[in-house]
Write a protein that binds this ligand. Structure first.
Ligand SMILES: Cc1ncc(COP(=O)(O)O)c(C=O)c1O
Length: 493
């Protein structure tokens, strides 16, 4: 994942207005607007280039503004960096010269150590879907703490949480872990044990956590990445991934070529149904259905990594929303109300590999009562109605931002999925990692920094997107939209 001054922005979707034919080969996607009940993308009607010198000068002045108004964060960083590499607990949290340090958070807002109120649109990369300190999550967590913190033996509490997840996501069986990384790692191991095969296929630019195979081609340098239609697996120093193949997203012929040549070795294909670590990259019409058919044809386990999509995609997740059923699903972030919890699960025949210990799954803190309280609370809170309201807010903001892009003829477009959204700084839709690498990282950085200096936190890195939590209202979304309007005006000078 990119960690630098670069950044991004956000959004969602819903019904179809097709204006001009897409240049995207094999896609039914049209521009200028593609809204379905499933996804949203709106490209600009007409665009003009942005003055690069103006962008460079704005970046310079905005970084000066940043350091002048975040002095306490700077002091906090000097302290943190002595005991924490980069001064952070996860490298993704760092940017130069230092990140904002937060003191507290409630609802959709955070307070930093400089005493500034910041509108949070990052929301824990989606983990804070219910809002900071959501009262139901807090009540369930308190009740769990009064009941017992860790049993390391079965409890109705964990069975209840498993039943809730299975019901909601259409799984036969599920196992809990403590992070998304563990969930994807165990899902892949389960697929290997079930099939008796050893190789993994993943998408170029796809991120699934820190297990060795997933570090391969997560954000590879193009100089090492080989041809777009047959990417070279790029293995970082220190990683021992085992047999792994890398394919481009949204390219069924490339996937079939790989399956046809190596099906005897390939256990599984792991993929985010919507890529949410390259901003938001939507699957072309028919892509996921094609993936499902190919996995069936070649007897390869299809794993949807829904660590980021999950409940942010809708009340039953992305697979249900997009109408394609994988063999296994990985869940994390949004399912726990901000409490660390994750899960992997799927069809019983596959999970039998856990039952009969072909795949050993252990973990002291798996399914601990606090985590289960988070799952219980979120299951009570996240209904079609509550998530639908957040999605409506998101959709309105997406359209307003797209109107501003049109007004200022910016070379950008908006993409949304569920309660997430982003502004992508390219004229044409991004369909894969190579398209993403061709987007304008400088303007994206400036856009993020501009918002940050005006009290709006979006995640750093072009990879991310905004999240409209259940605590956000029209007031918060108006702040985002008006901030972007001012930014667009500043860009044009
Ligand atoms: C798609 C995806 N899978 C897996 C992970 C790993 O999750 P965690 O950070 O909880 O280990 C992430 C983290 O961002 C992710 O985005």
């Amino acid at each position: 994942m990119t960690v630098s001054k670069t950044v991004v922005k956000k959004l969602i979707g819903s019904s179809a207005v097709f204006r001009q034919k897409s240049k995207v080969p094999g896609a039914l996607i049209m521009t200028n607007t593609v809204e379905t009940t499933k996804t949203f993308r709106r490209t600009a009607k007409s665009t003009k280039p942005i003055d690069k010198a103006r962008v460079a000068s704005l970046i310079e002045s905005e970084w000066k503004k940043f350091t002048s108004q975040t002095k306490a964060s700077g002091i906090e960083f000097e302290r943190a960096v002595k005991t924490l590499p980069l001064g952070v607990v996860s490298s993704f949290q760092h940017w130069d010269p230092y990140p904002i340090s937060i003191e507290s958070a409630k609802g959709a807002w955070m307070k930093d150590v400089d005493g500034r109120d910041l509108l949070d649109l990052s929301m824990g990369f989606g983990a804070m879907l219910a809002g900071h300190l959501n009262p139901v999550v807090v009540a369930e967590a308190k009740s769990a703490l009064e009941t017992g913190m860790l049993f390391v033996t079965p409890s109705p509490i964990s069975t209840d949480a498993a039943e809730r997840l299975c019901r909601r996501f259409g799984l036969d069986q599920v196992r809990f872990t403590n992070s998304g990384t563990e969930a994807t790692m165990y899902a892949v191991r389960t697929a290997k044990a079930y099939t008796g095969k050893d190789a993994i296929v993943k998408v170029e630019g796809g991120y699934h956590g820190s297990y060795d195979p997933f570090t391969v081609s997560a954000k590879p340098a193009l100089s090492e990445a080989g041809p777009a239609e047959n990417p070279t697996p790029v293995i970082p120093l220190g990683s021992t991934p085992g047999p792994i193949f890398v394919v481009p997203f949204n390219d069924l012929p490339a996937l079939e070529r790989r399956f046809a040549s190596d099906a005897e070795k390939i256990a599984c294909f792991i993929v985010e149904p919507v890529l949410e670590n390259l901003a938001i990259v939507l699957p072309d019409e028919g892509y996921l259905e094609g993936v499902r058919e190919l996995c069936d044809k070649y007897k390869i386990v299809l794993i949807f990594d829904e660590v980021k999509t999950g409940l942010t995609a809708g009340h039953r997740g992305a697979a249900h929303r997009l109408g394609v059923t994988p063999d296994m699903v990985c869940l994390a972030k949004s399912i726990g109300g901000g409490i660390p919890v994750a899960a992997f699960g799927g069809k019983k025949a596959i999970m039998d590999a856990v039952t009969d210990n072909r795949m050993a799954h252990f973990g002291t803190f798996n399914g601990n009562p606090l985590a289960m309280a988070g799952v219980r609370a979120i299951d009570m809170i996240c209904t079609d109605e509550t998530l639908g309201e957040a999605e409506r807010l998101n959709l309105a903001a997406l359209n307003e931002i797209a109107d501003i892009i049109d007004q200022y003829e910016l070379p950008a477009h908006v993409v949304g999925f569920g309660i997430k959204g982003c502004i992508t700084w390219s004229i044409d839709p991004v369909r894969n990692y190579r398209d993403y690498k061709a987007t304008d990282f400088e303007v994206a950085e400036l856009s993020w920094l501009w918002s940050l200096n005006r009290g709006i936190i979006t995640p750093p890195g072009l990879d991310e997107q905004w999240l409209v939590s259940l605590a956000h209202t029209k007031r918060e979304m108006d702040i985002l939209v008006e901030d972007f309007r001012e930014f667009a005006a500043a860009l044009r000078g």
